[in-house]
Design a protein around this ligand. Structure first.
Ligand SMILES: [Zn+2]
Length: 441
């Protein structure tokens, strides 16, 4: 196949994937299954060596698991992980149909172009290139192609990442499917973020802040709104909320700063500080379901919801203790929002390694060979990697999108065609390097 024809087909694969409207909330209506089945059948066609399996740890939310067996399957495998669900698109704010994969002026537009269907496609297309190269070496005789690399390569495509992963990667790991099907993995790759620097730089994330979604509820006496009722529910709640705002200001002030007088430390980024935001607030006496309120009655209860992101340098138990103290002082209590589940809350998701780590060096050298400079950071938001890191698997968040504005979850999300193709080339260097990796000891 001529090179431009190959590229044309690769871009078409990506655009076909974008056209599946895999919005997390709509997935169980059937589009998750359609998308996962389509991916499985295209993978079988492009990489005939691959075996595929749809696992429904939770009904109607299939995880696609793909194995490309290595020369020595007893070696710890390489995992290429991605999620195929996307966030909704507010179509009225888009210049193009977010579900049509429109290509215009060298840009491919669509929900999921950056987060993260580009990576789903690049993994598959790079593996397909490796298969075609092996087939060529075997003189076109498919029977002679028994493996691509020394180690097995697994690909996982999960749903529900955009709504907390509990029924996606969470269930896949929690219910033992991961251990039973995949087993031992030496390194995993997962999503990162675009990098808008002018030089071809990519950010690699080795850990992430732990999300804590917390509800605080307090009770107090009622009475007429004209009197000095003491210790009202709202008053107590606001005392606690003010402590949260103070902490928020303190943490914000740390951004861009380095440690005390440390010349070598990097300036603190969003992933290095704690954020706490009051994201829900509920109080008031209403007889019509909240459309209007009785303003002359003191409400007996008030509830606040907080989004807290804890950096890897801060033990989760310290944050729990802080919330206990804040609430105890005001005579109220807090809890994790049960809708998000709270497994593993006390385990921080980070791969701590130094520059001499051989797998890290292998990844870094391969990426640089592909012409990308990399910088290391802590991911400011949560990703499926946290479930892998809890299993002790080193996971790197990496999406090869250099010279690209960060548009994940934004209107008019796009990726340049050339950046998409460069990304496949990056994996052409990275996947073989990792899958043929031999430890020196
Ligand atoms: Zn994502």
């Amino acid at each position: 196949m001529a090179e431009h024809e190959e590229e044309e087909e690769e871009v078409e694969f990506f655009r076909d994937l974008l056209r599946f409207r895999t919005v997390s909330a709509e997935g169980p209506t059937g589009v998750y299954r359609d998308c996962a089945e389509w991916l499985a059948s295209r993978i079988k066609e492009l990489i005939p060596l691959a075996s595929t399996k749809l696992v429904e740890a939770v009904e109607k939310k299939p995880v696609l698991v793909v194995e490309v067996r290595g020369e020595d399957p007893s070696l710890d495998a390489v995992l290429l992980h991605s999620h195929y669900d996307v966030v909704p698109a507010m179509e009225e704010h888009w210049d193009v149909d977010p579900w049509a994969a429109v290509e215009k002026d060298g840009r491919i537009y669509g929900r999921g172009t950056q987060d993260m269907k580009s990576v789903c496609a690049q993994y598959v297309l790079s593996m397909a290139r490796a298969y075609r190269a092996a087939l060529n070496r075997a003189g076109g005789d498919a029977a002679k192609v028994s493996h691509l690399f020394k180690r097995s390569v697994w690909l996982t495509f999960t749903p529900d990442e955009e709504i907390g992963s509990q029924d996606g990667m969470g269930a896949f790991v929690r219910d033992g499917h991961f251990d039973r099907i995949i087993g031992k993995v030496c390194i995993a790759l997962d999503e990162g973020m675009a990098n808008d620097a002018q030089d071809p730089a990519c950010t690699v994330f080795y850990g992430e802040r732990m999300p804590m979604w917390v509800l605080v509820k307090c009770e107090g006496p009622t009475g007429h709104g004209s009197r000095f009722i003491q210790n009202t529910a709202v008053e107590k709640l606001l005392t606690m909320a003010n402590k949260a705002f103070t902490l928020r200001r303190e943490q914000e002030a740390l951004l861009g700063m380095t440690g005390s007088g440390c010349k070598h430390c990097e300036a603190k980024k969003l992933g290095d500080v704690l954020t706490i935001n009051l994201t829900a607030l509920q109080a008031g006496v209403s007889t019509d379901g909240g459309k209007s309120f009785s303003l002359n009655v003191i409400p007996t209860s008030a509830t606040a919801g907080f989004d807290i992101r804890v950096p890897v340098t801060m033990p989760i138990k310290d944050v729990r203790k802080m919330l206990d103290d804040w609430c105890c002082e005001a005579g109220m209590s807090w809890m994790f929002d049960p809708r998000y589940g709270h497994d593993d809350r006390d385990i921080h998701a980070v791969w701590s390694f130094d520059e001499s780590d051989e797998l890290w060096a292998t990844f870094k050298n391969a990426t640089e060979k592909a012409g990308l400079k990399i910088s290391r950071e802590v991911f400011p938001v949560a990703s499926d990697s946290r479930f892998l890191r809890v299993l002790g698997i080193p996971a790197l968040g990496f999406s090869p999108m250099a010279r690209t504005p960060i548009l994940l979850h934004d209107h008019n999300e796009y990726l340049e065609r050339s950046v998409f193709l460069e990304g496949i080339a990056a994996y052409d260097a990275i996947i073989p390097a990792l899958a043929n990796f031999e430890a020196s000891t």
